[in-house]
Ligand binder design. Sequence first.
Ligand SMILES: [Zn+2]
Length: 86
Amino acid sequence: MDTYAVGFARPDRWSSEEPAHEAHPWHAVEAHRPPSELDGEIELAVCGAIVQIWGTQKWERVGAGRTACPTCQEVTAVGKTLTSAR
Ligand SMILES: [Zn+2]
């Protein structure tokens, strides 16, 4: 079972990269440790973005929302998991 931590795109990266990222600041990060232990760390999201771990958030919830990175959603298939579960 894969575990994903939630990462928040760093504001200082938004200005130099695509402005579109601003609408989808949440990314998934492969968690090799419990997300709570990774809280605050800078990691590479599954889509390649540099993000800061938000250990208190759960990707299963955040990733299904509209503000989550579409690429990360696709890689983790978070939306499909939720849809099939309901
Ligand atoms: Zn992403």
